[in-house]
Design a protein around this ligand. Structure first.
Ligand code: SF4
Length: 467
C-alpha cells in the first residue's frame, strides 16, 4: 500500500471514532500562499475524517495551527494563542495540533514541549500528509505525537483538498528551495527543490476547470526554475504535453478551456529566462502583472543576501520585460535593514523603486532567523534605523500607488468578480489583471464571471468601478 492509501485508511479509522458525532475544528494559517494551499489539504483531510470547520474557538474539538517561520512575529502570535488555549484544554480537552515550517525548527519544538506541554501533535512540513495517522494515534492511543523529520522532501499526490474559493484556486507546482538567500529560513525547513510531475499539475487544473474555477495561481518558492533540478540531474521523466520547463508549463495551461487567468508566485529574477518572458507575452491567459522580488536595490547588499543578481541586472531584466510584454505591471518584495546596509545603500533601493514604478510593493523589516547566515552577521542594524528607512520607503511606495491608481480612472478593466465586498455586503469586489481590487454595484449573479468595468474613482487600496 502506498503512503497516501495508508493515510486514507487512517482517515476512515478517525471517521469511525467520530461516527454519529459532529466534531468541529479551527485552523489558523500563517505565512505565504504555499502554506494556505497546505492548509486547504489539511482541511480536506479533516473533513474526510468527519470534522466541520468553525471560526469559534470555544466550540472547537480540535485546534490546528499551520505555522510560518519567515518572521519573528508569527512565533509571538503562536505562543499567544497557545496561552489562550490552555484553559480550553483543561475545560474540554480540545486536541491541539501544530504543523508547518516553524515545527522544523528544533528550538521552537523544544520550547513548546517545555512551556506548552498540553499540545497533542507536532508535525513538520515533510509529514503533513501523515496528519490522519498522527491524529488517529493521538485520539486512539491518547499519546503525544511528534512527527517531524529532516529530509530533502518528497511530493505526495492525491490528498483530499477543501478549497477556500470556488472561483480562484492555488496549485503548488514545486516545493523547497536551493537558493539559500542569507536572510531566509525556507530552504532549511522546506527542503531541496523538487517539482511535481507535469501530468499531475495539468490533470489537477483540468479538474479545476471542470468544476468552474476561472483563475489559477501557480505556487512555488522559485516557480521559474520548475523542473530545472530534474533537467540538471538528468532525471528521466516521461514528458507530458511537451512540458519540460516553466515556460512550456505556462503554455500548456494556457490551452486549458474555461480557465481565464493564470498567475504565479514567486519567480526568482536570476532564473527569469527569455522563454518565460516570451510565454508571458504570448499566452493570453497569463496575467501581465509579474511579481519580481527585488529584496534590495544595492549590488553589495544583494551579494551579501546571496541573491545572485546586481542592481543593473535587475533593471536590465525589467527593461527587457517591459519591451516584450505590452501592459506589463510589476510588484515586488523588499527587505529593509539587512545587516550592514548603509543609508547610501538603502538609497539604491529607493532608486530602483523610482525607476521601475512598481504597482505594489510588499515591504518587510529585516527579521533575524536562527540558523541563517544573516543571523550570524555581526553588523545588525538598530531597530530605529530600520524603522526610519521602512517609513521612507513606505512614503515613496504610497505616492507611487496614488499616481498609478489615477491612470486607471476612465479606463475599462476586465475584472474577475470574486464576491461581496467585505466592508459592504451591498457591493461586489473583484480584481483586474494587474491584481487591483475593484469595488462596484451589481447583482450577486455576477459572482464568478468576468466583467468589463469602467473605473470611476481611485482610492489608496482599491478602485471604484461601474458596469
Ligand atoms: S529564493 Fe531565497 S527568499 Fe525565496 S525561498 Fe529560496 S532562499 Fe528563501
Amino acid at each position: 500500500m502506498n503512503e497516501i492509501e495508508a493515510q486514507k485508511q487512517y482517515m476512515k479509522k478517525v471517521r469511525k471514532i467520530n461516527q454519529n458525532k459532529t466534531f468541529k475544528y479551527t485552523i489558523l494559517t500563517m505565512g505565504c500562499q504555499l502554506n494556505e494551499n497546505d492548509s486547504e489539504k489539511l482541511c480536506g483531510m479533516l473533513e474526510q475524517m468527519g470534522y466541520e470547520r468553525t471560526e469559534n474557538q470555544k466550540e472547537a474539538d480540535l485546534a490546528l495551527f499551520n505555522t510560518c517561520c519567515v518572521r519573528e512575529n508569527a512565533e509571538d502570535k503562536l505562543f499567544g494563542k497557545l496561552g489562550e488555549l490552555k484553559r480550553l484544554k483543561e475545560e474540554k480537552g480540545v486536541i491541539i495540533a501544530i504543523g508547518g515550517c516553524m515545527m522544523q525548527e528544533k528550538h521552537i519544538t523544544d520550547k513548546i514541549k517545555v512551556s506548552y506541554p498540553f499540545v497533542d501533535i507536532l508535525f513538520g512540513t515533510h509529514t503533513l500528509h501523515k496528519f490522519p495517522e498522527d491524529l488517529y494515534k493521538a485520539l486512539n492511543e491518547k499519546k503525544k505525537i511528534e512527527d517531524v523529520i529532516d529530509i530533502d522532501g518528497e511530493i505526495y499526490e492525491g490528498l483530499p483538498i477543501k478549497r477556500d474559493s470556488h472561483i480562484k484556486a492555488s496549485v503548488t507546482i514545486m516545493n523547497g528551495c536551493n537558493n539559500f538567500c542569507s536572510y531566509c529560513i525556507v530552504p532549511y525547513v522546506r527542503g531541496r527543490e523538487r517539482s511535481r510531475h507535469p501530468r499531475d499539475i495539468i490533470n489537477e487544473i483540468k479538474e479545476l476547470a471542470k468544476q468552474g474555477y476561472q483563475e489559477i495561481t501557480l505556487l512555488g518558492q522559485n516557480v521559474n526554475s520548475y523542473l530545472r533540478v530534474e533537467r540538471e540531474k538528468g532525471i528521466e521523466f516521461d514528458t507530458y504535453e511537451g512540458i519540460n520547463s516553466f515556460a512550456t508549463l505556462l503554455k500548456a495551461i494556457n490551452k486549458i478551456d474555461s480557465i481565464e487567468r493564470i498567475r504565479f508566485v514567486s519567480p526568482h529574477p536570476k532564473d527569469f529566462t527569455d522563454d518565460v518572458i516570451e510565454a508571458i507575452a504570448t499566452c493570453d491567459k497569463v496575467c501581465k502583472l509579474v511579481h519580481l522580488p527585488l529584496q534590495s536595490g544595492n549590488t553589495k547588499v544583494l551579494k551579501e543576501m546571496n541573491r545572485k543578481y546586481t542592481k543593473e541586472q535587475y533593471l536590465a531584466l525589467v527593461e527587457k520585460m517591459k519591451k516584450r510584454i505590452p501592459n506589463l505591471t510589476l510588484s515586488t518584495d523588499i527587505i529593509v535593514g539587512f545587516p550592514g546596509e548603509t543609508d547610501d545603500e538603502f538609497e539604491d533601493t529607493l532608486d530602483v523603486v523610482r525607476k521601475v514604478n512598481f504597482e505594489q510593493v510588499y515591504m518587510f523589516i529585516y527579521s533575524r532567523r536562527v540558523g541563517t547566515l544573516g543571523d550570524r552577521m555581526k553588523n545588525q542594524i538598530p531597530e530605529e534605523i530600520k524603522h526610519r528607512r521602512f517609513n521612507k520607503l513606505k512614503t515613496l511606495v504610497e505616492d507611487q500607488i496614488v499616481e498609478n491608481n489615477q491612470k486607471y480612472v476612465g479606463t475599462v478593466q476586465k475584472v474577475l468578480v470574486e464576491g461581496e465586498s467585505k466592508n459592504n455586503k451591498d457591493l461586489l469586489t473583484g480584481r483586474t489583471d494587474s491584481n487591483k481590487v475593484v469595488i462596484f454595484e451589481g447583482s450577486k449573479d455576477l459572482i464568478g464571471t468576468m466583467q468589463n468595468l469602467k473605473i470611476v474613482s481611485e482610492h489608496m487600496w482599491y478602485l471604484k468601478g461601474e458596469i
